[in-house]
Design a protein around this ligand. Structure first.
Ligand code: PEP
Ligand code: MN
Length: 315
């Protein structure tokens, strides 16, 4: 791809690792979970405690909500950021929250550990530049009408300002299909892994908008080689002030996390299989499914032999 000076894949195929308070995007599989919107102190803190207990690595929650209707709940602003800060102090979870206005980048950045730029603002070039100047880790979601090349060029804007800490997030695009809220484009995982060194996450919540699809798309994203997930979880989804139909309950999230743990072992075994069959740790350019944890994969083969129906395929 033309003009990608800073974002393009490196000749040696090495990947960026972005460390946010010990959470390593691009190295470990990172799960960001939490409500669509920050609504109350209790909702924020209870959700944070629950997702942390289930194994999430970061807390998400919008205090500034870009909504289709100007009359819909727009978020609590500063009050919401203070609730997130309290939840962080209670749980130790770093905070991911969206910024929608160039004027807010610096002060929202005082509360956020990762600033999210949402799909609707992906090509807001002033916001991208400001995000670049902030030096904060930026979670850049794919615009709903954007090509890979446009998306990577938006990341380039941030890096060009001297900020290398960009994490990409596929969240679905508009297509002719209306059954789902968006068409979640999982093919962007291997595409980003081929074209860029930046970490790539998947948001199956906005990507499908359908509760029953979140688990299968999350597992598929992990198998396809994603660096993590961003998932909406609410302590009482029917009462949510935004996106109530796509937010997982805590119990659903716990179940998903347990399945992801099993899938992680499966991926490690796939990686071990690459090494055995190809005799090469960089099979598929080192960018294919389950590229992490190969040593762990070998150990886990024994540990999981009786539990995992896929193990035999490794031998
Ligand atoms: C969100 O994650 O809160 C959000 C609004 O997502 P998107 O920008 O992908 O629609
Ligand atoms: Mn939402």
């Amino acid at each position: 791809m033309k003009n990608l000076k800073l974002v393009a894949a490196r000749p040696d195929s090495s990947r960026s690792v972005i460390d946010v308070m010990g959470v390593k995007f691009g190295k470990d599989f990172v799960v960001i979970a939490g409500p669509c919107s920050v609504e109350t102190e209790r909702q924020t803190i209870e959700t944070a405690i629950a997702v942390k207990k289930a194994g999430a690595n970061m807390l998400r929650g919008g205090a500034f909500k870009p909504r289709t209707s100007p009359y819909a709940f727009q978020g609590l602003g500063l009050k919401g950021l203070k609730f997130l800060d309290k939840a962080k102090r209670e749980t130790g979870l770093p905070i991911v929250t969206e910024v929608v206005d160039t004027r807010d980048v610096s002060w929202v950045g005082e509360y956020a550990d990762v600033l999210q730029i949402g799909a609707r603002n992906m090509q807001n070039f002033s916001l991208l530049r400001e995000a670049g100047k902030s030096g904060k880790p930026i979670l850049l979601k794919r615009g709903m009408y954007s090509t890979l090349e446009e998306w990577l060029n938006c990341a380039e804007y941030i890096l060009a300002e001297g900020n290398p800490n960009v994490i990409l997030c596929e969240r679905g695009i508009r297509t002719f299909e209306t059954y789902t809220r968006n068409t979640l484009d999982l093919s962007m995982i291997p595409a980003v892994l081929k074209e860029s060194h930046l970490p790539i996450l998947v948001d199956p919540s906005h990507g499908t908008g359908i509760l029953s699809m979140i688990e299968p798309m999350s597992l598929a994203a992990m198998i396809a080689g994603a660096d993590g997930l961003e998932i909406e979880v609410h302590i009482d989804p029917p009462s949510a002030l935004s996106d109530k139909d796509q937010q997982l309950t805590v119990a659903q999230f716990e179940k998903l996390m347990r399945k992801l743990e099993k899938t992680r072992i499966f991926c490690a075994n796939l990686k071990a299989m690459d090494e055995t069959m190809d005799g090469d740790t960089t099979a598929n350019d080192g960018k294919s499914s389950g590229r992490r944890d190969s040593a762990e994969g070998k150990e886990s083969v024994e540990r999981e032999r009786e539990l995992n129906p896929f193990i035999d395929a490794v031998d």
